[in-house]
Structure formats: C-alpha cells, structure tokens
Ligand binder design. Structure first.
Ligand code: A3P
Length: 342
C-alpha cells in the first residue's frame, strides 16, 4: 500500500466533520480563558483548547471510530500515568510474541505502540509510521484516549470492548501537568508567559484545563467501573506504585490474558513490571531523544514518577484547599486518593 495515499479514515472523517461546522461550534459553545490567556471551549461538559486541532479531531474520533469487541482502550486524564499503563498493557498483551529482550518497548516509545485516538489516528501531527487503516492493526487493537466517558463514541460504549482507566491524585497531577505543558504553552502564548504553580492550581481547581474538569473526568469513569466492572477497569497510579505486581495481574485478568501459575512461578509478572519501570524506560535510548506529535520531547513523559512529589511545589494552604475539594467532589462516590507515600 502506498503510504502517501490518504488513509481511509482521513477521507471519511474529512467529510464527517467540516471546518465550517467546527467553526460554528466554536462560536456557539461556552468559552473560558485558562491562565487568563488560553481560550478554551466546552463541549459535552469538558474543555478543549481552541487554538489546536484537538477539538476537531476529537469530533472525528467521536463520530467515526468503529470499535471492535476485542479492542482495549486506555483512558486517562493527562499526566496520570498513561505512558506507564500503555507500556504495561502492551507488554501483557504481547508477551507471547517476543522474548523480553526483543520487546518493541526497547525500540519504541510507549506512545508509538499504543495510539491516541483523537490525536494520533484522527490528527495530523503524528510522525512515525502508523497503520494505513485501523483494520490493519493486530487483534486486540490497543488504543488510548484522554476524552471523558461522556464524549466517547457510542460504538465504544455499545460494543464489548474494554476500557482501562488510570487515575492519579490531583496534586501530583497538577505538578506533573505544570512541568509537561510549560514548553507547549510558551509556544502558543509566547516566551514571556511565566505561569506560577498558583496559576496552575487555581485553573485546575476551577476545572479550566484542557480535558477538565479533572474531578468530573475521574468520577465518570469511576462510576462506570462500579456499574460495569467487566467493561471499565479503574486503576490508581498510587496503587500501581505500591504493588505493581498485583495491579499488573489485575490488568492481565481484566483483558482475559491472566498469568498462568507457571508464568508466575517463573517471575514473568515481575519481569514485565521491571521492563515498564520508569527507571528502565527513561534510560532507553529510544526514550531519550526525539519528539512525540512534533511538540513533546519523548523524555518529558518520564520525569520523577513518584507519589507525593507535589509537596515540593504546593503550599500547605493549597493542599488543604485541595483536600476539601476532594471531599466535596468525591462525596458519596467511595472514591479517594493517596496523597503521600506510605
Ligand atoms: P511526574 O511528572 O510526576 O514524574 P502521563 O503518562 O499520563 O503523561 O503521565 C506522566 C507521569 O507519569 C509523569 O509523572 C511521569 O514521570 C510518570 N511516569 C511515566 N512513566 C512511568 C513509569 N513507567 N512508572 C511510573 N511513573 C511513570
């Protein structure tokens, strides 16, 4: 197949979502400014940056994607451990295809192995080879999305495909987000844009952040995981840090590929955990240089990877405010997050 030919999705999605419609929606939807500068629009309860293609490509994904029952979809709010879960899921699903010393993770960034639907598949910023058509991907197809449960295509909700959601405490999420988006934000808003942690904190708490409100995002998936436990698996970053072996076994069982007694006795679970550890991944040459989607340095996806790193940046007053907000937002849901290491 000629790689320069337009992909089938592209031809079809260009028709499904026209620039005119996107412009009309942008005019009519609620607006807000993040950092007092960055224009956001609210679609189905969640915010999108106006000055990027993300809104359009999210609509394309929402309207055009056709899920298969066998699909496995990582879902997350940004900076909550997506890269880690991609690596773990990829390793579990493909563990019989390659010996661990030939794992594609040694030569590919996790984001090159599990495509983000609204960006990599339906967007144009994707650089590394991607499938000409989604049906070319081996089964089970592994995908990722940052979209809320509400906004997911009906086909994902109606099919028997499974969703693995990873969540993280809001304070570590804010700090991770701050480090990650500073460079792209400066590209959009100019070099004199110098936001403080307080600026990030205020917008995050007010929900004014791309893909936010954070709390709505998390609570939606949490409720779905309770209502449909075979459809949505809810994982917490802090639990993965605490007991990665146990959590990886949960992942394997959820996707229908449990580790056998022999694998467990041979240390296969621990081997995958070690392969996907931040210390291992960040030292791989493939993850040290280059960019993802023309903007994000590959290495910026691997920073500290700790629980409680927020305490070096967030003041006790802000932390108290966040604890109250968590109580308010999670009231009656049974959901809670560990804020500091045990
Ligand atoms: P920090 O910025 O707190 O270090 P995402 O993948 O959703 O963008 O989230 C990025 C966060 O996950 C970053 O957190 C990053 O360091 C951490 N991370 C990436 N890979 C990891 C891994 N293998 N193990 C633990 N944390 C990881």
């Amino acid at each position: 197949m000629n790689p320069s030919e337009p992909r089938k999705e592209e031809e079809e999605t260009r028709v499904v979502v026209s620039d005119e419609e996107v412009e009309q929606l942008k005019q009519s939807l609620p607006k807000e400014l993040s950092f007092g500068k960055l224009e956001l629009i609210k679609y189905q309860g969640f915010w999108y940056a106006v000055d990027t293609d993300l809104f359009k490509t999210s609509l394309m994904f929402q309207r055009h994607f056709s899920a298969k029952d066998s699909d496995l979809i990582v879902a997350s709010f940004p900076k909550t451990g997506t890269t880690w879960l991609k690596a773990l899921l990829y390793s579990v699903v493909n563990r019989f295809k390659h010996p661990s010393n030939q794992s594609p993770l040694l030569t590919h960034h996790p984001h090159e192995l599990v495509y983000r639907l609204e960006n990599d598949i339906y967007g144009e910023a994707f650089e590394y080879p991607r499938p000409h058509h989604l049906s070319e991907l081996p089964s089970p197809r592994l995908f990722h999305t940052h979209l809320s449960f509400t906004t997911l295509p009906e086909t994902i909700k109606a099919s028997r495909c499974r969703v693995l959601y990873i969540a993280r405490n809001p304070l570590d999420t804010i700090v991770s987000f701050m480090f990650f988006v500073l460079k792209p934000l400066k590209m959009i808003l100019g070099d004199d844009f110098q936001p403080t942690i307080q600026d990030f904190f205020e917008d995050f708490c007010a929900g004014k952040i791309c893909h936010g409100p954070f709390f709505d995002h998390v609570v939606e998936y949490w409720k779905q995981s309770l209502e449909q436990p075979n459809k949505v698996l809810f994982l917490k970053y802090e639990d993965l840090k605490e007991d990665p072996t146990f959590q990886l076994k949960r992942v394997a069982e959820f996707v229908g590929m449990p580790f056998s007694c022999i694998e467990e006795s041979e240390g296969a679970v621990e081997e995958l955990v070690e392969m996907c550890s931040i210390n291992n991944l960040k030292e791989l040459e493939v993850n040290k240089t280059g960019v993802i989607n023309k903007i994000h340095d590959k290495k910026s996806y691997f920073r500290k990877g700790e629980v409680g790193d927020w305490s070096h940046y967030i003041t006790p007053t802000m932390a108290e405010r966040m604890k109250k907000l968590m109580e308010e937002k999670f009231e009656g849901t049974g959901l809670s997050f560990q804020l500091l290491p045990h």
